[in-house]
Design a protein around this ligand. Structure first.
Ligand code: ADP
Length: 486
C-alpha cells in the first residue's frame, strides 16, 4: 500500500461510527420519546440495554400484552406515541393484541418488534422465531413499516410517529430485523439522517359552512344534549370544552373515560339522568364519541322514539353517518371545532328552554338521592354499593388520583357510582370492553403522570394481568389494587 493510501485508511479508521441500535435510540430521543415499555429478549436485549445507557426509561414487564396496554394508555395520556418493544414472533404476537386495542381506541402507540433474518423468513427456511411480522401486523393497525437500512432509521421512526398521532390517532407497527440493529455507518451521516417530526398532529380546522350548519341545528333545538367521549378527553381541549358547555347551557353526559373532563358534580352534568336524556333529547352533539355499541348505535330502545338530529365533531370524516344520519358533520380536530363553535355563538346565545334543563336536573337529583343511602350501607358480607360507596369518597377526597377500572359488574357499577373531578383520571376497558388492561394501564398511568393510581378490579379481570403486580412492586410505583371478589 502506498503511504497516501495508508493515511487515507487510517483517517477512515478514526472516523466515528454509529450503528442501528444507537440510531434507533437517537431518533426516538430526538422526537421526545422518554419511556419504553418492554419485555427483553433476543433480538432486542441489547437495544434495551443501550436505551437505558442513553437515558431512556426502559420498563420491563412480565408479558408483552401488558407492556403494550401500558404503551397504548401512555399515548392516550400524553398525546405522544407510547412505545412498546418486544422480541420476534411470540413476543410480537403478544404485543399485537395491545396494538389492535390502541388502534380501536384511537390511542397513539408504536409497537417495535425485533424480527428474524429477512432472507430466511421470506424463503421460509426455518429461522429462529420465524414469522412475517409485517404482513401479520398490517390489518391490525393504522400503519406498518419495516426498516432494512441503517440510513433509513431516522425516516422510518419519523413516519411511525406521524402516522400514530396525526388525524385519528392509532397504533403503528415498526419491524426492526436483527441485522439492521448491528449495521454500522458513519456517525456524522447517521446524525444527518435523523428526522425531527415537525408538527406531528397538525390542527385540522373545520370548514366555516359546517360550523354554521352545526350552530343552526343547535339553535333550533328544544331539548339539546352534549355527549363527551374519550376523544374529547384525549384532545386536551379541557378549557374550550368547559366553555362550550357552559356558554351553551346544554346538559351533557360523559362516556366513561370522558368522566371528569368537567367535574361530575357540574350543574349541567346529566350522568344520573342518562336514560332520560338519550330518550327525550331532540338534538345531540357528539364530541369525540362514536355512535358504536357503547351508545346503542344511536338508535333503538335506548334512544326513544323522539326524532333526533345529530351534530358530530370528529377528526375522521368516515365516522360521519356510521350508524345514523348526521345532520351537521363537523370534521376537524376538537380544539379547532370547539373554538369555532364558541366564536360563532357570539355573546347572545340563548340557553335551552328551562323546561328541558329543569326536567333533566330534577331526574338527576332524584336518582342521586335514591342511590345515596345504598352507598352508605355496611352490609356483611360487603356488597358492591357499600364497597364502591367507600371508594367513591376516597376518590372525591383525592381528585388527582387516577382510577383504573375493569371487570363486568365491578366495571358497570363503578362507572356510574364513582364520580371523577379532573380530566383523564378514569382509565378503563375502552371500546372493546376488554378485560386484562388493568395492571398495564396502572403502571403507565403512574409512570407518565406521577399521580397515585387506584385500580378497581373484578377478580376475573385482575387474573388476566395479575402477575404484573411484581412489575409494580419492582419499580415501587404508587398503585393500590382493590379486587372485588364476588
Ligand atoms: P368513547 O368510547 O368515549 O365514546 P370513542 O373512542 O368511541 O369514544 O371516540 C373517540 C373519537 O374521537 C374517535 O372517533 C376519534 O376519531 C376522535 N378523536 C380523537 N382525537 C380527536 C381529536 N383530537 N379531534 C377530533 N376527534 C378526535
Amino acid at each position: 500500500m502506498s503511504s497516501t493510501a495508508t493515511e487515507t485508511q487510517d483517517a477512515q479508521d478514526d472516523q466515528p461510527l454509529t450503528d442501528g441500535f444507537h440510531l434507533v435510540i437517537d431518533a426516538l430521543k430526538l422526537n421526545g420519546i422518554k419511556t419504553i415499555y418492554n419485555v427483553p429478549g433476543i433480538p432486542i436485549t441489547d437495544l434495551g440495554r443501550f436505551m437505558q445507557a442513553e437515558g431512556l426509561r426502559v420498563l420491563s414487564f412480565r408479558h408483552e400484552q401488558h407492556a403494550g396496554y401500558a404503551a397504548a394508555i401512555a399515548g392516550y395520556l400524553t398525546k405522544t406515541p407510547g412505545v412498546c418493544l418486544t422480541v420476534s414472533a411470540p413476543g410480537f404476537l403478544n404485543g399485537l393484541t395491545a396494538l389492535a386495542h390502541a388502534t380501536t381506541n384511537c390511542y397513539p402507540m408504536i409497537l417495535i418488534s425485533g424480527s428474524s433474518e429477512r432472507e430466511i423468513v421470506d424463503l421460509m427456511q426455518g429461522d429462529y422465531e420465524e414469522m412475517d411480522q409485517l404482513a401479520i401486523a398490517k390489518p391490525m393497525c393504522k400503519a406498518a413499516y419495516r426498516i432494512l437500512h441503517a440510513e433509513d432509521i431516522g425516516i422510518g421512526i419519523a413516519r411511525a410517529i406521524r402516522a400514530a398521532v396525526s388525524g385519528r390517532p392509532g397504533g403503528v407497527y415498526l419491524d426492526l430485523p436483527a441485522a439492521l440493529l448491528g449495521q454500522v455507518m458513519d456517525a456524522a451521516a447517521g446524525e444527518k439522517s435523523l428526522v425531527k417530526v415537525i408538527d406531528p398532529a397538525p390542527a385540522q380546522l373545520p370548514a366555516p359552512d359546517s360550523v354554521k350548519r352545526a350552530l343552526d341545528v343547535l339553535k333550533s333545538a328544544k331539548k339539546p344534549l352534549i355527549v363527551l367521549g374519550k376523544g374529547a378527553a384525549y384532545a386536551q381541549a379541557d378549557d374550550q370544552i368547559r366553555a362550550l358547555v357552559e356558554k351553551s347551557g346544554i346538559p351533557y353526559i360523559a362516556m366513561s373515560m370522558a368522566k371528569g373532563l368537567l367535574p361530575d358534580d357540574h350543574d349541567l352534568y346529566a350522568g344520573a339522568a342518562r336514560s332520560l336524556v338519550l330518550k327525550e333529547s331532540d338534538t345531540v352533539m357528539l364530541i369525540g364519541a362514536r355512535l358504536n355499541w357503547l351508545l346503542s348505535h344511536g338508535k333503538g330502545k335506548a334512544w326513544g322514539t323522539a326524532p333526533k338530529k345529530f351534530v358530530h365533531i370528529d377528526i375522521e370524516p368516515k365516522e360521519m353517518d356510521s350508524n345514523v344520519e348526521i345532520a351537521a358533520p363537523l370534521v376537524g380536530d376538537i380544539t379547532s371545532c370547539v373554538e369555532a363553535l364558541l366564536d360563532g355563538m357570539g355573546n347572545n346565545w340563548t340557553a335551552p328552554p328551562a323546561e328541558w334543563t329543569d326536567a333533566v336536573k330534577a331526574k338527576r337529583d332524584a336518582n342521586i338521592e335514591k342511590m345515596a343511602p345504598r352507598l352508605l350501607n355496611n352490609n356483611v358480607p360487603m356488597d358492591y354499593h357499600g364497597a364502591l360507596g367507600s371508594l367513591k369518597r376516597i376518590v372525591a377526597a383525592n381528585p388527582d388520583l387516577i382510577l383504573v377500572n375493569e371487570g363486568a359488574n365491578t366495571l358497570d357499577f363503578a362507572r356510574s357510582i364513582i364520580d371523577m373531578f379532573k380530566p383523564r383520571k378514569r382509565l378503563d376497558v375502552g371500546t372493546w370492553g376488554v378485560m386484562g388492561i388493568g395492571m398495564g394501564q396502572a403502571i403507565a398511568a403512574a409512570v407518565e403522570t406521577g399521580c397515585p393510581v387506584l385500580c378497581v378490579e373484578g377478580d376475573s379481570a385482575f387474573g388476566f394481568s395479575g402477575m404484573e403486580i411484581e412489575t409494580i412492586c419492582r419499580y415501587n410505583l404508587p398503585v393500590c389494587v382493590v379486587i372485588f371478589n364476588n
